[in-house]
Write a protein that binds this ligand. Structure first.
Ligand SMILES: NC(=O)c1ccc[n+]([C@@H]2O[C@H](COP(=O)([O-])OP(=O)(O)OC[C@H]3O[C@@H](n4cnc5c(N)ncnc54)[C@H](OP(=O)(O)O)[C@@H]3O)[C@@H](O)[C@H]2O)c1
Length: 269
């Protein structure tokens, strides 16, 4: 099915015209060098945000930034290693240098673990999962909230996973860190509510990105299994996940905070 066509299994969104959903907002996006984060950067910019893209892959970021600017958008790149707390804080500092404020943050970057049951998951994998998929978001949210507070509020969206919702025998460390991310998402929403900062999470199901390609390479048949167990009958396109983050970051979602929103074609229902 081509993007934008309406089929039996849900419409895709690539051809939907922007409506200025994020006009005037400064939005920081991690994991923006590819996949869901790249789609978010392009979508948020098209919806009127000034975007700051972060990841380790600076060549990829620079290319995306160039394309967004060529389309008339406002975009900058900052190098970020989520495993390094100082790097996370420095990236948010860079947003302040560039724009003097922050209205939205999409904490989306993450790494997949070597698949396997928990008794074969290595110590290195657990440490990496903790640092990249959990601690980085803790550090980022605190830095982001400090900057948002000075501007009178903002909105944060954290990318969790359908893999956080139940037992996850195949990706146990990944699932555990994503569930921990859900917990701090809810805690932050309650803690910062009176300061005008909304905090939400999204739990994508199978989404057509390099992360799934890596999982398929390690465990052939995963894509077929995900497709077969997703009631909408297909994986998501990255843009479809980004659309939900865009809405949660927008003023249209002004009463939504502390929610963990599935974006999974009913796979978790
Ligand atoms: N694809 C799915 O089916 C699926 C399902 C559920 C949830 N998710 C979640 O969706 C989010 C986006 O994943 P994706 O599918 O778009 O994966 P992806 O294509 O592999 O992209 C991952 C992004 O995270 C960045 N990243 C990874 N490690 C990093 C590090 N140490 N420091 C800084 N950036 C790092 C990568 O950039 P660099 O390598 O350039 O640093 C890249 O931009 C993740 O939180 C993932 O857990 C995905």
């Amino acid at each position: 099915m081509r993007s934008g066509e309406r089929g039996d299994m849900g419409a895709m969104t690539n051809d939907i015209a922007p409506i200025g959903l994020l006009t005037g907002k400064v939005v920081f996006i991690t994991g923006a060098s590819r996949g869901i984060g790249e789609a978010a950067a392009r979508l948020f910019a098209a919806e009127g945000a000034a975007v700051v893209l972060a990841a380790r892959g600076t060549a990829a970021l620079d290319k995306i930034v160039g394309e967004i600017r060529a389309d008339g958008g406002v975009a900058d790149a900052v190098e970020l290693d989520l495993a390094d707390r100082a790097s996370v804080r420095a990236a948010v500092d860079r947003v302040e240098e560039l724009h003097g404020r922050l209205d939205g943050a999409f904490n989306n970057g993450a790494a997949i673990q070597q698949p396997g049951p928990l008794d074969t998951t290595s110590d290195d994998d657990i440490d990496l999962q903790f640092a990249v998929n959990f601690r980085s978001h803790w550090t980022a949210m605190n830095a982001e909230a400090a900057l948002m507070r000075r501007g009178g509020g903002g909105a944060i969206v954290n990318t969790s996973s359908i893999g956080s919702r139940r037992a996850n025998p195949v990706l146990p460390a990944y699932g555990a860190m994503k569930r921990a991310l859900n917990s701090i998402t809810e805690s932050a929403a309650v803690t910062w509510a009176r300061e005008g900062i909304r905090v939400n999470g999204i739990t994508p199901g199978g989404t057509d990105t390099r992360m799934i390609e890596e999982w398929e390479a390690a465990t052939p048949g995963v894509v077929g299994h995900i497709t077969a167990t997703t009631p909408l009958g297909r994986m998501a396109e990255p843009r479809e996940v980004a659309e939900v983050a865009a809405w949660l970051l927008s003023d249209r979602a002004s009463m939504v905070s502390g929610a963990i929103v599935p974006v999974d074609g009913a796979a978790g229902a």
